[in-house]
Ligand binder design. Structure first.
Ligand code: AMP
Length: 119
């Protein structure tokens, strides 16, 4: 079990509460998709669940199987909506050592001509 405490002062929680702006791309009851503020590819969109999950590991431990499935169906839907169906990289950093800087679970959708190298 991951020992994770969700802290709702993180930047994505603030975006969800409307406290700071974001370039929203799609939203429904389960997820919000918005443009990454510091894109590393032609297309760089973040998809986050509305629930309080720190990381992918935490999400898998705490969310129901249905919630997990619905989240990833939404990621696919967003990829189709932004026009990168079948041609994108889906990345999630788990933990500080892997480069996770925002402690609210998120998936990066990356696509375009100039794709960054996998670090
Ligand atoms: P990670 O390093 O995997 O935790 O990804 C966090 C991502 O959030 C980075 O790619 C940042 O550029 C992005 N980010 C941070 N603050 C904001 C913000 N206010 N709006 C949109 N994206 C953000």
């Amino acid at each position: 079990m991951t020992n994770e405490n969700y802290d709702d002062s993180n930047v994505f929680a603030k975006i969800l509460r409307g406290e700071i702006p974001a370039k929203k791309i799609f939203e429904n009851e389960q997820i919000l998709a918005f443009a990454d503020i510091n894109p590393i590819a032609d297309v760089h969109v973040l998809v986050i669940p509305k629930g309080e999950f720190v990381s992918f590991d935490h999400f898998l431990e705490k969310a129901s199987s249905v919630e997990v499935a619905v989240f990833f169906e939404n990621v696919k839907f967003v990829a189709e909506k932004i026009g990168v169906k079948g041609a994108y990289r889906m990345v999630t950093n788990v933990g500080e050592k892997a480069g996770q800087t925002v402690r609210h679970f998120h998936v990066h959708i990356l696509a375009g001509e100039e794709m960054p190298e996998m670090a």
